[in-house]
Design a binder for this molecule. Sequence first.
Ligand code: IPM
Ligand code: MN
Length: 357
Amino acid sequence: MAKEKKSYKIAIFAGDGIGPEVVREGLKVLDEIEGLEGFGTERVEYPYCTQHYLDTGELMPEAIFDELRKFDAILVGAIGDPRVEVGLVERAIIGGIRFRLDLYVNLRPIKLYAEHLCPLKDKKPEDIDFVVVRENTEDLYAGIGGFLKKGTPDEVALQEMIFTRKGVERVIRYAFDVARKRNMGKKLTLVDKANAVRAMDLWTRTFEEVGREYEDIEKDHAYVDAATMWMVKNPEWFDVIVVNNMFGDIITDLGAMLQGGMGVAASGNIHPGQVSMFEPIHGSAPKYAGKNVANPLATIETIKMMLEFLGEERGAQRIGKRVEFLLASKQIASLSAASGLSTSQIGDMVTEGLAES
Ligand code: IPM
Ligand code: MN
């Protein structure tokens, strides 16, 4: 009897702005990889995004979260649209998925594929290759807070930076495991602001305690302000960083620039062993929407991360090698929307060489 073909269930939220066009190119690449590697995907597209909200008044129905638990992975294009209240749709869809599915790791690799893309002087691909493990379910993002006397001169606005022992411990443990599995610098740097935010002492203590189980991993520490300095001055010092949600949000935009910009930065919102969500770090870039100029490489790299998560290592490697070749050879010379290459052209260029990559 023929071996049954492996198949993964993927939920897709193409989203707002450039989301649908970059997702289209990402899926083009996925189609090709499936053919080459002999697996399949069953894809379900969900309509939830700002336009859907404007058309129907519906944000993200409650029942969808339970439905999503039945998938292997979720792919999101981009969410955000200035026509509605700031953060409304992002909180409902991205926040909703992260929190409701308890995706406690936000994994953000910072890897420079080609020297000319780096804004730093004299830094080469071997100097910029690290991973940020951002906590993804606590901190200022937990939504604990509110307003008192809103709109009056006596207004009070409050938002709590909350950390739990469980939440801190599991993400630190995950980060130590990443450092071990990468087997590169074998170093984990805790980034925090424990000198000013004393609640972060919980991170200091947990890092030390969990660290005792990882004798093979070097432990390092940097305050977040200094970390931004080191990321620019000596990015080669970093192997794996573990960081709270809020500071992780900020330093990963800086990290994205080190690797050439938002046009190539990908992320995975992960709960090991459960359905996880993958998205490019960039926003919806409304001014480029529908023009076929946005660079789809970040989404293509996101597909690569999704394949790694699914255990399709070879397919993931093919994508990484192909993207690296196209950037290093300057066939794709720039990551900006003004690169002279269209969204679909870049998707085709990646797809065409995958068989040989
Ligand atoms: C990110 C984004 C989100 C965040 C926004 C859209 C809420 O900036 O994924 O980094 O702050 O986490
Ligand atoms: Mn961000």
